[in-house]
Design a protein around this ligand. Structure first.
Ligand SMILES: N[C@@H](CCC(=O)N[C@@H](CS)C(=O)NCC(=O)O)C(=O)O
Length: 222
């Protein structure tokens, strides 16, 4: 293996923030897509159930990040944070690094609530959507708006004075909410709308968004 490898399904999911960090850092890496019932390719297992039974997935789950010298890391937030640190996207001080991790925790909290739409019975979805749209997301975007504006007036980045993984996490959360019909919860906060436009216009992020390598958006069930 000469390039680092990201092991995940052929979808955005929990790997997309990692891919955004890799895009912003211009890292050359290989994707090893796993699936259900997929035969081995390039001499490697790609069937998820088979792979889960091996030590290649430290916790029997993906994403997993592999480096050419044999270093293997699981847990999406740990991978994002490791790559951010390697490439100067984890803040400049221990406090800024912790503030980045704070955002990664919040990112997981919000995504976990959104994912409930995928598991709730179809008849429960309208109520779940209503709760997300009118209570949960306005509350969380209110927190993010306050956090952003507390950093030098909110006209730049979330943590410190330069782009970090925290900005990429917030940008991806905003994009996911807008794409899933929760744009009003974001639109209520002009500083967040301007922030999302700023981050989305960064050349490497804009290029990743348009790239054929980006997996298509899959909506949460309606
Ligand atoms: N906290 C872990 C969760 C990883 C996780 O649950 N990944 C799912 C796929 S998105 C998985 O591999 N689940 C194991 C399974 O389906 O058996 C992370 O953020 O990486």
């Amino acid at each position: 293996m000469s390039k680092p490898t990201l092991v995940y399904f052929a979808s955005r999911g929990r790997a997309e923030l990692i891919r955004l960090v890799l895009a912003e850092a211009a890292v050359d890496y290989h994707e090893h897509p796993v699936g259900h019932g997929t035969p081995p390719s390039n001499g490697r297992l790609t069937d998820f159930q088979a792979l889960k039974a091996t030590p290649q997935l430290p916790f029997g789950a993906v994403p997993v990040w592999e480096e050419p010298d044999g270093f293997v890391l699981a847990q999406s937030a740990a991978i994002a944070s490791h790559l951010a640190l390697l490439h100067g996207l984890q803040g400049k001080t221990p406090r800024e690094a912790a503030q980045c991790d704070q955002m990664l925790g919040a990112f997981d909290d919000v995504r976990a609530e959104l994912r409930k739409l995928a598991v709730v019975a179809p008849e429960g979805r309208p109520a779940q959507r209503e709760q997300l749209a009118t209570q949960f997301l306005p509350r969380w975007f209110g927190y993010f708006d306050r956090l952003l504006r507390a950093n030098r007036g909110g006209a730049d980045v979330l943590v410190g004075q330069s782009l970090t993984v925290a900005d990429l996490a917030l940008w991806y959360l905003i994009e996911s909410c807008q794409d899933n019909g929760f744009g009003d919860a974001v639109a209520a906060y002009p500083a967040l709308v301007a922030f999302a436009a700023r981050i989305g216009q960064r050349p490497r992020i804009a290029a990743w968004v348009k790239s054929p390598g980006r997996h298509p958006f899959v909506p949460l069930p309606r």
